[in-house]
Write a protein that binds this ligand. Structure first.
Ligand SMILES: [Zn+2]
Length: 255
């Protein structure tokens, strides 16, 4: 399952392909978009918001099977998948296949959208600060929640998932049964910081894979590293199950 950093990478590629160019094609049922431009593609958890120059926004949520493709406008893809959206400019076309939820929204319906109103701020939004994350952690709604469930709950912060949960807790040296209300000031600071720094680091590093720049890709510290030594304390990493998902941690330095 893709998490926030991977989804933001896809949005970046789509944006690079078609932003700021007049649309020559907007399939299907979006004739109002012809001649308009894509201004930005925003991510909100697993939803993509494609903002157009006429103020409309295309909401798409890929659920399990949706997938975007970027092609030249004349390309016809051979696929058994169902085409749901095709936006083309003179140079590029972006195609969305098999996605379940697609809606064209105006400012009012965007502001009232049930899914977007249910989820928390996106961890990759540059507007989100460590202070806001700390306040959110300590709010009555979230302060008594165990991190095991809290870090998978998109209502807390959108864009987190299973690998980020494990990596954030390792970096902050905490365990999944902890709750915000029980942390010391120092632990709260470290945890609030890790909640933003880990996904942002993953986003940056996954964008510069070895094949492009001969740099290291995002390096997991605990995820999929059971049986290997912790790079911080040399204790052997363990694997278990948490909220029905695999969980990885270091028993030496997470407590
Ligand atoms: Zn360790």
């Amino acid at each position: 399952m893709p998490e926030g950093p991977e989804i933001r990478r896809v949005a970046d590629q789509l944006e690079t392909a078609i932003a700021d160019q007049p649309l020559t094609e907007a399939w299907f049922a979006f004739p109002a978009l012809i001649g308009e431009q894509v201004q930005a593609i925003e991510t909100r958890g697993k939803a993509l918001l494609t903002h157009f120059s006429n103020g409309l926004t295309l909401y798409s949520h890929n659920q399990l099977y949706g997938v975007w493709r970027i092609v030249t406008p004349e390309t016809e893809l051979q696929t058994t998948r169902q085409l749901r959206v095709r936006l083309a400019t003179a140079d590029r076309a972006i195609l969305l296949y098999s996605a379940s939820d697609i809606e064209l929204l105006n400012a009012d319906t965007l502001a009232a959208h049930p899914f977007l109103n249910r989820i928390g701020p996106d961890v990759l939004s540059s507007a989100l600060t460590v202070d806001e994350v700390r306040q959110r952690l300590l709010s009555p709604r979230f302060r008594r929640r165990k991190f095991s469930g809290l870090l998978l709950d998109q209502a807390f912060l959108a864009g987190l998932g299973n690998y980020l949960r494990a990596e954030i807790l390792w970096l902050a040296q905490l365990l999944p049964h902890h709750r915000a209300q029980d942390l010391t000031e120092d632990q709260l600071t470290a945890f609030s910081d890790a909640l933003l720094s880990v996904p942002r680091h993953a986003y940056r590093m996954r964008g510069t894979m070895k094949k492009y720049h001969h740099e290291a890709a995002f390096q997991f510290e605990v995820f999929h590293r059971q049986g290997k030594k912790c790079r911080r304390c040399s204790t052997v990493i363990e694997k278990g199950t948490l909220s029905s998902r695999p969980f990885y941690w270091c028993p030496g330095c997470q407590h």
